[in-house]
Write a new protein. Structure first.
Lengths: 1008, 189
C-alpha cells in the first residue's frame, strides 16, 4: 500500500494539515502536497479508468506529464474536468472525483471492453463503423460516446475571474530548475530585463531531489545551498522578474510567448483572477524545461503501482510518501538507482533492481549493493502480477522471449527507460531536433533554432533541455545560454566563473524499447505505450503492417500521443517501436509535431476579461438609456443596440407595436434615433473629384446647402453602401453611410487616398459619434420643430433635399430635409452631449401630436412601402445598381467611378440578370423572407429551377397587406404577371409582379 | 436648458487604483502638413504648445496637442473653448489644405490613478507600460481589449485614456474589472 512516512517530505508542512475529498471520501493531507501526493498518502493509488478499455489506472508521474491522474475538480460554478492530480496543489476543502467510469471507480462496466481488446485493435473504429452507415449514427456513435471520453463538460457558468497581461522582456527564461536559475542570473547580470517562470510552486527543479542521492556538490557545497544562493542573487536583481506557478504555454513568431499563470488555483477563496495569461514579447527565449522520464514497455506496465522511477523518489523525498512497501526498480540507465537508494534511505524495502543492461550501472551500483540491494543485470520484467494493484513481477532475461525465471512479490514497480528533454517550446516555432545515439534521446539542434524576421535565432535551450545530463555540464550550458541571450539583445554579459560541480559518474544508457527484447505477441498486447489512449506496442506494430509509415498517420490511426497529455510519456517509445517495425533508424521516423500549449490551459484564460458585461463592446447612442427605460425591444446592429420597436406595455405584441409606430408616424409624428448612421467629413480642393470616383453618381455638381443620395460600389461593381451626401461648403462634404458602413467606408476612402490618389488634396474624418441624429418624421414634423425655433422651416426656406444650420434654443443643430419614410421628414444632427436633452425636448414638443419613437422595423417597413432599397436586404455582395433599376443614380457623364469598368463586363451587362420589382401576393399574405420564385423543370442536380427571390418582405399596416421586393428574371418587363414563390412546406404562393413603390408614388407626402 | 453631458457623467470606481470618467474635453481633429510653419503656428495659437513629434503629446495646463499619425493631430482644449480654438486654427492655416473638425462629443475620457496605474493598462493594451518604455510626454493609439483607444501619462501615477463615446461604458467596465482588488500583478512595482 502507499502511505505517508513518519519522516521526510521536504515540501510538506506537517504542522498544517488540510482536509479534502476524493469521490466523497474525506481524506487528510498537508500544506505543500499535490493532490497526487495526498491521494497516495491515503493509499488511493487507483485514480481513473483508461479511455478505451476502462482499465484501472494509477498515478504514474509526479509532474505535468501525468497521463492517468485526471479528475473532476470542484462543483457547480467551479467545476472543471481533466485536472491533473500531479499539478494540482492541495488546498483545504478541495473536492475531486474520478472520471470515465460507470457505475464506480472500483467496479466499472466499461471494463468489459478490456476483455474484448483482441477485437478492438488499432484503427478499429475506422474499420468497423464505416458500413453500414445508419448503424454509425444510431448504434455505434451513441455507444462510443457513452463509453469513451474523459471528463464531463461543465454545466454551470464559470464563477471565477480571468485576465490577460501584456509584458515585454529582453530575455525570458522558462523553467525554474538549476539551469533556469543559472541562465536567468547570467542574463540578469548583464542588465537585461529578464522574466524567469516556473510552472510548479517551487524553485530548483529535480536537483534538490536527485543531487544528494548521487553525492552531488556545487562549489563544494550541497546543491540545495547552491539553489538558495542563486535565488538570493536573483532576488537582488531589480531587472529580473520571477514568477512561480507560471508555465510557458506556447512560443510563436516574433518572440511572442504565452505565459500561463495559475494565480489562485491553490487558494480558490482568494480575491482576484484565477488564471492570468501573460502575452509576452521576448527579445530572446531560453527554455530550461528539463526532461521527462520515459516508461519501459513491458507487459502489465499499466497496472496501478507501476510508476516512473523519478516520480517514486519525488514522492518519497518531496512529500514523505511511499508508493509501496516493497518496490522493484527496473531500468536501462543509472538514474533509477537513485530511487532505490532513496527508498532504502526511507526505510523501505527494495527487493531488487532489474537492470536491462548487461554491464549494469557504475558507481551507483556499488552504492546500491552497499545499501544491501540486490542488483540483477541483463534482466527484464516479463509480466506484472495484479489487477487494480501490483502484487509481484515475473523476471526474465532481457535478451530472451519472456520466460519467467523468478517471481518477486512487490507492491510497486519503479521504471526508467531514460530521459527525453522537453523540446516542446523549442519546437513550437520551428526549432529542429537531432537524435543523440549515445543518450538515446531527441535533443534540440542548436544549428536549427526557431528564427525571427531577420533570420536570427530567438529561442535557445539551457541545461537538461539541451540534452545535458550531468550537473556540471547542465550548469555550464545554462550559464552560456544566459550570456548568449543577453548578448543577442545587445547587452554585455559579465564574466563569471562557472560553478564547479561534482558527483558520481554514470554508466551509459542502453536504449530498451521492448522488454524483453523478443517479447511475444501476448506480452506485446499488454505492453502499454500510451496509458491515456490505451495504445499498446502491438497496436503500433499493426499500424506499421497496415501501411501507416508516417509517424503522423500512425498517430491518428492508433491515437498514440493524443488527448490531454499529448504523448509526453509515449511519443518517443511509440516512434521507436514504429521505427523498429519499419526497419528504419529512429531519426528517419522523426517525431510528431509539437504544438502549443505545452499542457492544456483553461479556455477561460484565453477569453481573459471578455465575459459577462464586457464580453463584447456594446455601442450605445446618447439616447440609449431612454430607449431602455421605454420598452425598447433591442436589435443588435453590429456592436450597436438599436430599438427594433418600443413596447408601450410589456404585454404588447411586437407586430402590434410596429404597426402602431408606423400608423402614428404616417398619420402624425414619429421620432427615430438615427445616431448610428455613419458620418464622414471629406474636405479639400479635390474632394468633389474624389467623391465622383467613389459614388456612381455625380457629387461635384452638388451645391452647398443641398443634399444628394448616392450609391457606392466596390471595384467589382457590386453595390456596397448608400447614403445622403450634403455639401457643407465649396471644399467640404458630409457623407452619410449605412450604420454598418461607417468604419468600413472610412477605411475604403483612406485606402484609395493613401494608395492610389495620394497626390489628391483630400482629408477625411469620421465624425459618426460627434452627433446624435434624430429623425423627426410625419405630417406634423414641421409644426413640432417650429415650436422649438424661430428659424424659417417652410418648404421655400428649407426645401426637400436641402440642409441648414439651425439653433433650437441653446442646441446648435444641422437640419437635413431628407426622408427615408416617404413622409415630411427632418434629420437633425446635434452634439452627442446634448442628444438626450434634445430628444426630450422633441418628445415634449411633439406631445400634442401624439409623438412616438419608432424602431428599426417601422423604419424598414416604411422604406419598403416606398420602394427604397436597403443595403444588406436588396444587396448581398453580388448585386449591382443596375439590378435594382437604379440606372438613374449612375452618371453617364463621368469618365470613371469605382466599379464602372466591372459593370461593363458581359455577365454584369447580361439582360438575363434578375431585376428588382415589387411583389404582391394574390391573397394578400406576407411572403416568406428569401423565398424563391419557381420556374419550369429541374436543374442538373435535380432541383427545381428558379427565376427569382424575395429580398424584403413585410406586412404593410398602411396597405393592410403583405408587400415585398424581389429580384426576378426579366422582372420589369413582366408587370402584372402572376408568378409562384415557394414556401418551406412545398406549396407555392401566387404573386403578382408590381411596381416596387407601393405608397405615394408621386412623392407628394415628403415634398411639402 | 440642454446642458452638455459626458457619456457616463463622471462615473468613479475605487479599486486598487481609481478609475474616473473625466467629463467633457474639447477635442479637435486636425489634419494637414505637420511640417509646415503655419501648422506649428496653428497648434501654438490654439493650444499654446509646440507641435508634438511622433507618438508624443505636448501638454500645457488644460490644453494640449497629441500626435495621431503623420498627418493628424488631436488638439485638446476646454470643452467651451473649441469654437475659439477652431477660429484660431482657421486663421493660422488660411489658404492651406487642412481639415479641422470638432470631435469633443464623439469621445469619452478616463483617468486611471494610483501607484499601479501602469499595470491596469498593461492588462488591456498590447503596449510596453514599463517605466522607461512609456513615460509622460508619450501617447499611444492602440487597442484596449476590443476597442480603439489612446492614452498618455499625466504623471508617474496618472494615465488618461480616450475612446469613442458609444463604448464609454464598456471602457469604464474594462478598467474597473482590471482594477478590482486581488488582481495586483506587481509587474512594475
Amino acid at each position: 500500500m502507499s502511505t505517508r512516512l513518519a519522516t521526510g517530505g521536504r515540501l510538506v508542512n506537517k504542522a498544517h494539515a488540510m482536509e479534502f475529498a476524493f469521490n466523497g471520501k474525506r481524506l487528510k493531507g498537508f500544506e505543500g502536497d499535490t493532490l497526487a501526493s495526498a491521494l497516495l498518502a491515503n493509499d488511493q493509488m487507483l485514480v481513473g479508468r483508461s479511455f478505451k478499455y476502462h482499465r484501472p489506472r494509477g498515478i504514474v508521474a509526479s509532474g505535468g506529464e501525468e497521463p492517468n491522474g485526471l479528475v473532476n475538480m470542484g462543483r457547480g460554478e467551479t467545476f472543471e474536468p481533466n485536472q491533473r492530480v500531479t499539478t494540482t496543489e492541495l488546498f483545504d476543502g478541495l473536492e475531486a472525483t474520478s472520471q470515465n467510469h460507470w457505475p464506480s471507480l472500483e467496479f466499472d462496466v466499461g471494463a468489459v471492453n478490456a476483455k474484448l481488446s483482441r477485437f478492438l485493435p488499432a484503427g478499429f473504429y475506422y474499420k468497423m463503423f464505416i458500413h453500414p452507415r445508419p448503424l454509425w449514427k444510431h448504434v455505434y456513435e451513441p455507444f462510443i460516446r457513452q463509453s469513451a471520453g474523459l471528463g464531463k463538460a461543465p454545466k454551470d457558468k464559470d464563477g471565477d475571474k480571468y485576465e490577460h497581461l501584456y509584458a515585454f522582456f529582453d530575455v525570458v527564461v522558462i523553467g525554474g530548475g538549476v539551469a533556469g536559475l543559472m541562465a536567468a542570473r547570467a542574463a540578469g547580470a548583464s542588465g537585461a530585463k529578464v522574466l524567469l517562470m516556473e510552472q510548479t510552486a517551487v524553485w530548483g527543479g529535480r536537483t534538490p531531489v536527485d543531487g544528494p542521492l548521487y553525492d552531488a556538490t556545487v562549489n563544494d557545497g550541497p546543491v540545495d545551498k547552491f539553489v538558495d544562493e542563486l535565488l538570493a542573487e536573483l532576488g537582488e536583481m531589480s531587472n529580473v522578474t520571477m514568477r512561480l506557478r507560471m508555465m510557458g504555454a506556447g512560443v510563436y513568431d516574433h518572440g511572442y510567448l504565452l505565459g500561463y499563470e495559475r494565480v489562485n488555483d491553490h487558494k480558490p477563496k482568494a480575491k482576484g483572477p484565477r488564471h492570468r495569461l501573460w502575452r509576452i514579447r521576448a527579445g530572446r527565449i531560453v527554455t530550461a524545461t528539463g526532461a521527462i522520464e520515459r516508461p519501459l514497455s513491458f507487459a502489465g506496465n499499466d497496472v496501478p503501482g507501476v510508476m516512473l522511477a523519478s516520480a517514486v523518489r519525488d514522492y518519497v523525498v518531496n512529500y514523505g510518501v511511499s508508493v509501496g512497501d516493497r518496490t522493484v526498480v527496473v531500468t536501462n540507465n543509472d538514474d533509477a538507482y537513485l530511487t532505490a537508494l532513496a527508498l532504502k534511505a526511507a526505510g523501505l524495502d527494495v527487493p531488487a533492481i532489474i537492470d536491462a543492461r548487461a554491464a549494469g550501472a557504475g558507481a551507483l551500483a556499488e552504492k546500491a549493493k552497499a545499501a544491501g540491494i540486490r542488483v540483477e543485470t541483463g534482466k527484464g520484467i516479463a509480466s506484472v502480477k495484479g489487477g487494480k494493484r501490483v502484487t509481484g513481477v515475473g523476471i526474465c532475461a532481457q535478451a530472451g522471449e519472456g520466460a519467467v525465471t523468478e517471481e518477486i512479490a512487490c507492491d510497486a514497480v519503479a521504471m526508467s527507460g531514460g530521459w527525453s528533454p522537453v523540446v516542446h517550446l523549442w519546437s513550437h516555432c520551428g526549432g529542429k531536433l537531432l537524435w543523440d545515439e549515445t543518450q538515446a534521446m531527441f535533443r534540440p539542434d542548436p544549428e536549427k533554432a526557431p528564427t525571427g524576421a531577420a533570420g536570427e535565432a530567438f529561442v535557445s535551450t539551457a541545461g537538461t533541455a539541451s540534452g545535458e545530463m550531468e550537473l556540471g555540464a547542465v550548469l555550464a550550458d545554462a550559464e552560456d545560454a544566459g550570456r548568449a541571450a543577453a548578448k543577442a539583445v545587445g547587452k554585455t554579459p559579465k564574466k563569471a566563473e562557472k560553478p564547479k560541480a561534482e558527483g558520481v559518474q554514470s554508466n551509459v544508457i542502453q536504449p530498451i524499447w521492448m522488454m524483453p527484447q523478443g517479447a511475444n505477441v501476448k506480452l506485446r498486447m499488454k505492453s502499454w505505450l500510451d496509458y491515456q489512449n490505451d495504445v499498446k506496442v502491438s497496436d503500433v506494430q499493426l499500424a506499421a503492417r497496415e501501411g501507416y509509415e508516417s509517424v503522423e498517420h500512425a498517430k491518428r490511426y492508433t491515437t498514440l500521443g493524443m488527448a490531454t497529455d499529448q504523448g509526453k510519456l509515449s511519443n518517443i517509445n511509440g516512434l521507436a517501436i514504429l521505427s523498429d517495425a519499419l526497419n528504419q533508424p529512429i531519426p528517419q521516423t522523426g517525431t510528431t509535431t509539437f504544438r502549443p500549449p505545452y499542457t492544456p490551459i483553461s479556455m477561460a484564460s484565453i477569453a481573459g476579461e471578455a465575459r459577462g458585461e464586457i464580453f463584447q463592446p456594446l455601442r450605445k447612442t446618447p439616447m440609449h438609456d431612454w430607449h431602455e427605460a421605454n420598452g425598447a425591444y433591442w436589435e443588435p446592429v453590429g456592436h450597436w443596440r438599436r430599438p427594433y420597436t418600443f413596447r408601450q406595455s410589456p404585454g404588447e405584441e411586437i407586430g402590434a407595436a410596429v404597426k402602431r409606430e408606423i400608423n402614428q408616424t404616417r398619420g402624425s409624428l414619429g421620432l427615430l434615433d438615427a445616431s448610428t448612421l455613419g458620418k464622414l467629413i471629406v474636405k479639400g480642393p479635390d474632394a468633389g473629384r474624389f467623391l465622383d470616383m467613389l459614388y456612381t453618381n455625380m457629387m461635384s455638381t452638388l451645391k452647398p446647402g443641398r443634399c444628394r443620395y448616392g450609391l457606392m460600389c466596390n471595384e467589382n461593381g457590386f453595390l456596397m453602401d448608400d447614403g445622403v451626401v450634403a455639401r457643407l461648403d465649396e471644399d467640404t462634404f458630409l457623407c452619410h453611410t449605412t450604420t454598418g458602413g461607417a468604419d468600413s467606408i472610412h477605411a475604403h476612402m483612406e485606402e484609395w487616398l493613401q494608395t492610389e490618389w495620394w497626390d489628391w488634396k483630400v482629408y477625411v474624418a469620421n465624425v459618426t459619434e460627434q452627433y446624435a441624429q434624430i429623425g423627426v418624421v410625419g405630417p406634423n414634423a414641421r409644426k413640432t420643430l417650429e415650436k422649438l425655433t424661430d428659424a424659417d422651416l417652410s418648404a421655400e426656406a428649407l426645401p426637400f433635399m436641402a440642409w441648414q444650420d439651425i439653433e433650437f434654443g441653446d442646441v446648435k443643430a444641422r437640419v437635413f430635409r431628407i426622408s427615408f419614410s416617404g413622409e415630411l421628414s427632418y434629420e437633425i444632427a446635434v452634439p452627442a452631449s446634448q442628444g438626450r436633452a434634445f430628444w426630450d425636448q422633441l418628445l415634449e414638443a411633439g406631445k400634442e401630436f401624439g409623438v412616438m419613437p419608432y424602431g428599426t422595423e417601422a423604419l424598414h417597413v416604411m422604406r419598403a412601402e416606398k420602394g427604397f432599397i436597403m443595403i444588406g436586404d436588396e444587396t448581398d455582395g453580388t448585386v449591382i445598381p443596375q439590378d435594382l433599376g437604379m440606372d438613374w443614380a449612375i452618371s453617364k457623364k463621368k469618365d470613371d467611378y469605382i466599379g464602372k469598368r466591372a459593370q461593363q463586363r458581359s455577365h454584369m451587362a447580361d439582360p438575363e440578370r434578375w431585376q428588382l420589382v415589387g411583389l404582391q401576393t394574390v391573397d394578400g399574405s406576407v411572403l416568406p423572407d428569401g423565398a424563391y420564385c419557381v420556374a419550369e423543370g429541374d436543374n442538373a442536380n435535380g432541383q427545381r429551377n428558379v427565376q427569382g427571390r424575395v429580398t424584403s418582405t413585410y406586412y404593410s399596416p398602411t396597405l393592410d397587406r403583405g408587400i415585398a421586393m424581389g429580384l426576378v428574371k426579366h422582372g420589369p418587363d413582366r408587370m402584372g404577371e402572376v408568378i409562384e414563390f415557394a414556401k418551406v412546406d412545398g406549396t407555392t404562393v401566387p404573386t403578382k409582379i408590381v411596381s416596387a413603390v407601393f405608397y405615394d408614388p408621386e412623392g407628394e407626402k415628403q415634398n411639402v | 436648458m440642454s446642458k452638455a453631458v459626458s457619456a457616463l457623467q463622471g462615473a468613479v470606481y475605487q479599486g486598487y487604483v481609481e478609475v474616473r470618467e473625466v467629463g467633457l474635453v474639447g477635442m479637435i481633429t486636425l489634419r494637414g502638413d505637420l511640417s509646415s510653419a503655419k501648422m506649428k503656428k496653428a497648434v501654438k495659437d490654439a493650444c499654446g504648445v509646440d507641435l508634438p513629434g511622433q507618438r508624443e503629446i505636448a501638454v500645457a495646463g488644460d490644453k494640449g496637442a497629441a500626435w495621431m499619425s503623420p498627418d493628424e493631430l488631436l488638439l485638446m482644449v476646454p470643452y467651451e473653448g473649441v469654437g475659439d480654438a477652431l477660429a484660431a486654427i482657421e486663421a493660422a492655416l488660411s489658404g492651406e489644405h487642412f481639415l479641422a473638425v470638432n470631435v469633443s462629443d464623439a469621445r469619452a475620457v478616463f483617468q486611471v490613478q494610483g501607484k499601479a496605474a501602469r499595470e491596469i493598462i498593461a492588462k488591456l493594451c498590447p503596449v510596453d507600460m514599463a517605466p522607461g518604455a512609456f513615460e509622460p510626454g508619450m501617447i499611444r493609439r492602440t487597442r484596449m481589449a476590443q476597442i480603439a483607444a489612446a492614452f498618455w501619462m499625466v504623471d508617474a501615477e496618472t494615465i488618461r485614456v480616450v475612446c469613442f463615446r458609444s463604448v464609454a461604458e464598456y471602457a469604464f467596465n474594462l478598467l474597473k474589472d482590471a482594477a478590482e482588488p486581488g488582481g495586483e500583478t506587481g509587474l512594475f512595482a
